[in-house]
Write a protein that binds this ligand. Structure first.
Ligand code: BES
Ligand code: MN
Ligand code: ZN
Length: 496
């Protein structure tokens, strides 16, 4: 998608649609007032009639606006000006994008709002609008013969006349790159498990690595066996699809500079194994590789943005299936680091996959790690569908991740790691068991993972809730969301 910036007036800018945001309140901003004058007071009349309130996410279509150059006009509410922030920009402009992406190859003009008395910068606003537009014009209908959404041909960003920008073009570029990375994650999540399985995921990672300039190592089953990843192999042994482990490397900083690792759970389908899931719970389990997809998405964005950091991405790819060769309840697996694990629920497979990948990454001498995993239903019970759970063995590192998520406008909430959660993992026959009781299940899972991270500062992000939307809304399509891509890129962008 082509984008450009202009300071033309809203009445003069060309486009199939002009998208204009307005805040709640008595007065229009100077730019909107000028548009109102060009429209002969139509906006004032609509506001007086109660059709134009500026409430967050409310839209009003003016299908034919002959008084202005753009063909049609879409007004979107930005809500209370005092509370305007990145998430409200996202909500408003995603809603707008979902409405104007129903026809192919449209050119869009969009006013970048500036709101008095608000700390939001023009660049951050423009960046978020760009991301929302790239994300909002791609839908989940990967397999539809007539797609419901169409990418825009071009977007023209209209700046207020006296706009002060540090580097607007760079902000828009960054926003577009993030949007594309998010769409990659969404596509991988939305594709079926018949389409995306360990080998095809690894292939795709290899192709993307070539495109953006990442080093990529793909471990096949025998190589994984050589690494003694017995825990990951236990999960994958019931499937006809062999496992893969993919290691991506990006060196944007010096050899002596710190290395951050991003680790992802890539269960391309989670049937639950012999501890079989009921149908309703299995319906969306093609999305159980969202953590791995997020690592791949973030790595491509980091490489394309040429961030001055060193990053290792590592994903464990398996299918959790049922067959005569499935791993069984009571089996004892030996993880790569020598820890023996008694399997008492084959549906607690994500932690078994991550155990070996985390231990591999620890041996790569990384300085800090983040893992992303659709790990537990418990986390969704605790925090709901929109908030990611964070768990850590190092509060300083966790604080950095929390701060980055706030800047990126993604919701993250830290959950406890008390030792009593680990008590439940004691086994009579092995070093640990893979499940505890029902209560505090997200923390129990995190304590299990902690046994494989040695003393490396580590944050575990449980994205079981926010990585997938079951029912779409006017502001967000159903399916994969690409949550945490923004946060990871923000975290790895040096602050100026
Ligand atoms: N992939 C699931 C977790 C999940 C649940 C992701 C809902 C997305 C939405 C995971 O492998 C799993 O099955 N976890 C079990 C753990 C339990 C057996 C201890 C769970 O949460 O029920
Ligand atoms: Mn499971
Ligand atoms: Zn799973």
């Amino acid at each position: 998608m082509e984008s450009r910036a202009t300071t033309e007036s809203l009445a003069e800018v060309t486009g199939d649609w002009l998208v204009v945001g307005i805040v709640e309140g008595e007065e229009f901003s100077p730019t909107v007032s000028a548009l109102d004058v060009a429209l002969d007071g139509q906006l004032t009349r609509l506001r007086e009639a109660g059709d134009l309130t500026g409430k967050l996410g409310e839209t009003l279509v003016v299908p034919d606006a002959p008084a202005i150059t753009a063909t049609r006009l879409l007004i979107v509410g930005l809500g209370d000006p005092v509370r305007l922030d990145i998430p409200s920009i996202r909500q408003a402009y995603n809603t707008a994008a979902l409405q104007v992406s129903r026809q192919p190859k449209l050119s869009i003009a969009c006013a970048i709002p500036t709101v008095e008395g608000n700390s939001l910068s023009l660049d951050d606003t423009a960046q978020e609008i760009a991301t929302s537009f790239v994300v909002g014009c791609v839908g989940p209908g990967v397999y539809q013969s007539e797609p419901g959404r169409h990418p825009f041909a071009s977007v023209t960003y209209v700046l207020p006349e006296n706009a002060r920008s540090v580097d607007l073009e760079a902000a828009i570029e960054l926003g577009n790159t993030l949007g594309e990375a998010i769409n990659l994650v969404r596509e991988l999540v939305n594709r079926t498990a018949a389409d995306v399985y360990p080998e095809t995921f690894a292939q795709r990672a290899g192709q993307l690595a070539d495109e953006v300039g990442l080093r990529c190592e793909i471990m096949d089953e025998s190589r994984i066996r050589q690494e003694r990843m017995g825990s990951l192999l236990g999960v994958s042994q019931g499937s006809d699809r062999p496992p893969r482990v993919v290691i991506l490397r990006y060196n944007g900083a010096g050899d002596g500079d710190p290395v951050t690792a991003l680790v992802g759970k890539g269960v391309t389908f989670d049937s639950g194994g012999l501890s079989l899931k009921p149908t309703a719970s299995m319906n969306t389990m093609k999305s159980d590789m969202a953590g791995a997809a997020t690592v791949l998405g973030a790595m491509t964005a980091i490489a394309r943005l040429k961030l001055p950091v060193n990053v290792v991405g590592a994903v464990g790819l398996v299918e959790n299936m049922i067959s005569g060769s499935s791993y069984k309840l009571g089996d004892v697996l030996t993880a790569r680091n020598g820890v023996t694990i008694e399997v008492l629920n084959t549906d607690a497979e994500g932690r078994l996959v991550l155990a070996d990948v985390l231990s591999y990454v620890v041996d790569q001498k990384v300085d800090r790690m983040i893992d992303l995993a659709t790990l537990t239903g418990s986390c969704v019970v605790a925090l709901g569908e929109n908030i990611t759970g964070a768990f850590t063995n190092d509060q300083t590192w966790c604080n950095e991740v929390l701060a980055a998520s706030t800047r990126a406008g993604e919701q993250l909430w830290q959950l406890p790691m008390d030792d009593e959660f680990a008590e439940q993992l004691k086994s009579d026959v092995a070093d640990v068991k893979n499940v505890g009781t029902r209560w505090g299940g997200a923390s129990i899972a995190a304590k299990f993972l902690e046994k494989f991270v040695a003393d490396v500062p580590w944050v575990h992000l449980d994205i079981a809730g926010p990585s997938f939307v079951e029912k779409g809304s006017p502001q967000q399509d159903s399916g994969g969301t690409g949550v945490m891509v923004r946060t990871l890129v923000e975290l790895l962008t040096p602050e100026d």
